[in-house]
Design a protein around this ligand. Structure first.
Ligand SMILES: Nc1ncnc2c1ncn2[C@@H]1O[C@H](COP(=O)(O)OP(=O)(O)OP(=O)(O)O)[C@@H](O)[C@H]1O
Length: 221
């Protein structure tokens, strides 16, 4: 479960202060997939960076499964590596690594044996339906298949929360719908909280709930 309360963020450039978030609060349950929507400049990336523990320059408090998130950089990095998964618009797979190696990579930072890593990788690959592509390079897969690998990579360490930034922007409608359903169902299965920034109407319809940002504020839930 993710909870954030009264998050405020301003960027300072050349003596000017731009308010990006003005007191946003919300709660997302374990297993819930929530879309974060809003026009360009409304603060989506800013909120995603803060909830993704990539930014510690803000006011307010975040709790992840009841744990208040510290703002100290090293602690933040540690929690991010252990508990969070990320999915991006451009997939961001490592082109010279096989599907297996891409999925094993986030596990190398955790205290797992080679056998445990292999088990977790094959289990999640099975769930995204790509077991037969385990030895291929990302470039040998379609866009939709690459995004399925990226979803598997985000989920392979069984994260408490997954942050996704426009994950369907590059995909045709049928593939985007399949990807969205897959994310939502796997999130449900694993009890991971999903926060998904998107402009994509096809996607918001498939989420459990929508948070609407406008001018750095959240509208009525
Ligand atoms: N590094 C920065 N320095 C100064 N201002 C910034 C910076 N990043 C964002 N902003 C400002 O903060 C506000 C929120 O920006 P943010 O990128 O979070 O919006 P967004 O909803 O993600 O937009 P988009 O959909 O276009 O990516 C905007 O007014 C933007 O101009």
């Amino acid at each position: 479960m993710l909870r954030f309360e009264n998050i405020n963020k301003a960027y300072r450039t050349g003596g000017l202060s731009v308010t990006a978030l003005a007191g946003v609060s919300a709660e997302i349950k374990a297993g819930e997939t929530v879309a974060l929507c809003g026009p360009s400049g409304s603060g989506k990336s800013t909120l995603l960076n803060i909830c993704g523990l990539l930014d510690n320059q803000y006011q307010g408090t975040i709790w992840l499964n009841g744990q208040a998130i510290p703002k100290h950089k090293n602690q933040l990095t540690q929690i991010r590596r252990a508990k969070l998964g990320f999915i991006f618009q451009q997939y961001n797979l490592i082109p010279v690594m096989s599907v297996y190696e891409n999925l094993e990579f986030p596990l190398l930072m955790l205290d797992l044996s080679k056998k445990q890593r292999r088990e977790q990788v094959t289990e999640i690959l099975d769930k995204v339906g790509l077991k037969e592509h385990i030895s291929k390079l990302p470039g040998q897969l379609s866009g939709g298949q690459q995004q399925r690998v990226a979803i598997a990579r985000a989920l392979v360490k069984r994260p408490e929360m997954v942050i996704a930034d426009e994950p369907t922007a590059n995909l045709d409608t049928a593939t985007a719908n399949m990807i969205m359903d897959l994310m939502r169902d796997l999130g449900n299965d694993l009890g991971s909280t999903f926060l998904v920034a998107t402009h994509d109407q096809r996607m918001t319809e498939r989420c459990h709930r929508v948070l609407n940002l406008a001018d750095g504020m959240l509208g009525a839930l």
